[in-house]
Design a protein around this ligand. Structure first.
Ligand SMILES: Cc1cc2nc3c(=O)[nH]c(=O)nc-3n(C[C@H](O)[C@H](O)[C@H](O)COP(=O)(O)OP(=O)(O)OC[C@H]3O[C@@H](n4cnc5c(N)ncnc54)[C@H](O)[C@@H]3O)c2cc1C
Length: 418
């Protein structure tokens, strides 16, 4: 058995950012990774995916974009190369091909069991990602045999689909991107829309993420929002990264022929029953988008930017059919594939600590795990900031948690963290 002060589990960008912060604080550690560095980006994403955050918005501790296309959006091979280079640059002590199978309490520390031996450590950082498994609802079980069910984790491109109708369920970033790609491949697409977050790709001549970064929206803290439980569940923004910096919204999808329906209420006897909430969901998303644009306009005004950027304007409200159908016979309607773009969830099946709530989520306070002294989690939605699950959010979160860990190792009973 080997011993080290801290074991970091997972060598995505979040685990690596943590590694860099521990090195800076002279805390000896190892990073255990079941695959290769950036494994999720190598193995779990579809072919055409590009980041929806611009290149400059992927800053990691001591590392940022230096190419000639700061406003572009990385392809998957580019993301992998970016994270690989970071691991090299910081000389992260990564043990690849090492799957953690158990983490248990062991005296005043932890025993981390892997398929390549055991580690004893004083503290442990879970950087295994928020998107290990597709979050497919139970009603998927009622889909009739003969209709393929896919998730974004096993979808790669339209060629793997039958030449017929596709129902994409979920209209967040993943759902709208895949609905467009599949529809353009010649397969008719029905897009099932429930709660979603609408935003234009650019506003007043700047990327929407530029505005959100500069106006402080992405830095909003977990202990400053009214309802953090709710904030952690907000779906990803309907955005796509393309060289043309195109906006992808429901109006655009409807114009190319994608059929919009309300959320799935039930699947019964081969029929999908849709809720009647489509119009309301779209109106709510329009309202929230306009609120975000109001915030941006206010900030631009206060920052005396009005003369430098384009004038404020608003976008067409989302158009929906007067009475969209409330059910669809899957077989009769020619649906051969259902793509469940219904989000992701983490997998903690290997974690043997009493730290999960009824829904299997880790109970933590800004990444400091309750009930497990010296255990931390990083990379989750709104962990400490609105941007926590973005590449750009890992650095500040890792720095905060590394400060807490430093205090803990120094013997402070309640280490300070800002
Ligand atoms: C489809 C999609 C698009 C996204 N687009 C963007 C974007 O445009 N911009 C942006 O900033 N963010 C984006 N994100 C969010 C975020 O950057 C990713 O989810 C990112 O992969 C999370 O990084 P991470 O380091 O927290 O986790 P991951 O990258 O998932 O890394 C976790 C690592 O832990 C390893 N691991 C898991 N379990 C074990 C185990 N038991 N033992 C050992 N190793 C283990 C995994 O192999 C993996 O390498 C996107 C996410 C998804 C799913």
């Amino acid at each position: 058995m080997r011993s080290v002060t801290t074991v970091i589990i997972g060598a995505g960008h979040a685990g690596l950012a943590m590694s860099r912060c521990l090195t800076e604080r002279a805390i000896d550690h190892v990073v255990l990774e079941r695959g290769a560095v950036a494994n999720s980006w190598r193995t779990e994403r579809w072919d055409s995916l590009r980041l929806l955050t611009p290149n400059w918005l992927s800053r990691l501790p001591g590392y940022s974009y230096e190419g000639d296309d700061p406003d572009g959006y990385r392809t998957m091979p580019e993301v992998v190369a970016f994270i690989d280079r970071y691991a090299d640059m910081i000389s992260a002590p990564v043990e690849t091909g090492t799957r953690v199978t158990r983490v248990i309490r062991d005296g005043d520390g932890y025993l981390v069991v892997t398929d390549r031996g055991e580690w004893r450590c004083r503290s442990v950082v879970l950087a295994t990602g928020a998107c290990n498994l597709p979050n497919v609802p139970k009603l998927a079980d009622a889909v009739p045999a003969g209709i393929a069910s896919l998730s974004p984790m096993n979808y790669r491109n339209p060629d793997q689909l039958a030449e017929d109708g596709v129902m994409v369920i979920g209209a967040s970033a993943t759902g709208v991107q895949l609905a467009e790609e599949i529809h353009r491949s010649g397969r008719p697409v029905t897009l099932v829309v429930s709660e979603h977050v609408r935003a234009p790709r650019t506003y007043r001549g700047k990327d929407i993420q530029w505005w959100m970064d500069r106006a402080g929206v992405l830095d909003e803290r977990y202990d400053e929002v009214d309802d953090i439980v709710r904030a952690r569940k907000v779906p990803s923004i309907q955005l796509i990264g393309t060289p043309e910096r195109a906006t992808l919204d429901l109006n655009g999808l409807r114009q190319i022929g994608v059929e919009l329906r309300g959320g799935v209420a039930a699947v019964r006897d081969g029929r999908v029953l849709f809720s009647g909430s489509l119009r309301n969901q779209c109106a709510l998303a329009d309202l929230k988008m306009n609120r975000l644009l109001d915030t941006i306009d206010e900030w631009a005004h206060e920052s005396a930017l009005d003369g430098e950027v384009e004038p404020p304007h608003r976008f067409q409200p989302t158009e929906v059919d007067e009475k969209p159908p409330l059910e669809l016979d899957l077989i009769g309607g020619g649906i051969k594939t259902i793509l469940w773009a219904t989000g992701y969830r983490p997998d903690y099946s290997w974690l043997n600590l009493p730290v999960l709530d009824r829904k299997g989520q880790i109970v933590h306070d800004g990444g400091i795990i309750a009930n497990a002294h010296g255990a931390y989690v990083i990379g989750l939605q709104f962990l400490r900031r609105r941007k926590s699950a973005l590449i750009d959010g890992a650095g500040p979160d890792a720095s905060d948690l590394a400060d807490h860990l430093t205090g803990l190792l120094a013997g402070h009973s309640k280490p300070a963290v800002n």
